[in-house]
Design a protein around this ligand. Structure first.
Ligand code: ADP
Ligand code: ADP
Length: 228
C-alpha cells in the first residue's frame, strides 16, 4: 500500500512543483500517472523513493512513514525503472541484475538462481543472455533487463518512469503486453508514468491525471472514458 497525504514539493526558488497531492494505491494496483510535461510526474516518483525529499505532507509505504526508512530499506521496498535504461555497460546482464541482491549480501548460488528466474520471467533465456553485455542487446531487451533488475529485491512498490518512451512503436507495444501479463502473475503495486493516453488506458487499473502540480482526477479507465 502506498499513500500520499497532502504531499507538496517546493523547489528552492519557491516554485510548487507538486501541490497538496493525496491518493492511496492498494497493494497490487497498477496506477498510471499521466499529465503534460512539467506537471510534476517525475517529482512525484522521485519523492516516493526519496531521491527528492518532499517539502510537506506524509508519504506512507505499507503503513510506514517513508522518512523513517533508511536508504537500504527504501532500496529494498522500491524498484525503479526509467526511460534511460541505465544498465552499467561494463557489467554483464547477470551482474547488472545482481547489484541489489549483492548489496543485500545474498550468497552466490542464490543470486545466480534469482537472476535466471528473473530473466526467464521477462522473456530472456538465461543461458543466452546472462553473460552478455548491454550493448549486445536490443533496446527492448535492455528494457526487459531493466524490469528484471527492478524486481530483483522483490520490492513491494515498482516505479516506472516512461520506461518504454525510448522504444520504437512495435517493441513498445510488445513490452506493454508483456508487462500486463507479468503484472497478472506478480500483482505488484506499480506507479507508471507516461504522457501517452493510449498507453495509460491500456495498462492502468486506475489513472491519475496531473496538471500544474495538482492531482486533477483519479479514476478507472472506464470512468475516464465514459464520463466527461
Ligand atoms: P514532469 O515529470 O511531469 O515533466 P517534473 O516533476 O519533472 O514534471 O517537473 C515539475 C516542475 O518542477 C517543472 O516545472 C520543472 O521545471 C520543475 N522542476 C523539476 N525539478 C526541479 C528542480 N530540481 N529544481 C527546480 N525546479 C524543478
Ligand atoms: P524527467 O525526464 O524525469 O522528467 P527532467 O528532464 O525533467 O526529468 O529533469 C532531469 C533532472 O533535472 C531531474 O533530476 C530534475 O529534478 C532536474 N530538473 C528538472 N527541471 C529542473 C529545473 N527547472 N531546475 C533544476 N533542475 C531541474
Amino acid at each position: 500500500m502506498l499513500r500520499f497525504d497532502n504531499v507538496s514539493k517546493v523547489y528552492n526558488e519557491g516554485f510548487k512543483a507538486v501541490d497538496s497531492v493525496s491518493f492511496e494505491i492498494p497493494e497490487g494496483e497498477f496506477l498510471v500517472l499521466i499529465g503534460p510535461s512539467g506537471s510534476g510526474k517525475s517529482t512525484t516518483m522521485k519523492m516516493i523513493n526519496q531521491m527528492i525529499p518532499h517539502t510537506s505532507g506524509t508519504i506512507w509505504i505499507d503503513g510506514k512513514d517513508i522518512t523513517k526508512l533508511n536508504a537500504a530499506e527504501l532500496r529494498r521496498n522500491i524498484g525503479y525503472v526509467i526511460q534511460q535504461i541505465g544498465l552499467f555497460p561494463h557489467y554483464t546482464i547477470e551482474k547488472n541484475i545482481a547489484i541489489v541482491p549483492e548489496l543485500k549480501g545474498w550468497d552466490k548460488e542464490k543470486i545466480k538462481a534469482r537472476v535466471s528466474e528473473l530473466l526467464t520471467l521477462v522473456g530472456l533465456e538465461p543461458e543466452i543472455y546472462s553473460s552478455r553485455f548491454p550493448k549486445e542487446l536490443s533496446g527492448g531487451q535492455q528494457q526487459r533487463v531493466g524490469v528484471a533488475r527492478a524486481l530483483a529485491s522483490n520490492p513491494s512498490v515498482i516505479l516506472m518512469d516512461e520506461p518504454f518512451g525510448a522504444l520504437d512503436p512495435i517493441t513498445r507495444e510488445q513490452l506493454q503486453g508483456e508487462l500486463i501479463s507479468l503484472q497478472q502473475k506478480l500483482k505488484k503495486t506499480i506507479v507508471f508514468v507516461t504522457h501517452d493516453m493510449d498507453e495509460a488506458l491500456k495498462l492502468g487499473d486506475r489513472i491519475a491525471i496531473m496538471k500544474d502540480g495538482k492531482l486533477l482526477q483519479l479514476d478507472t479507465p472506464e470512468k475516464l472514458l465514459h464520463e466527461p
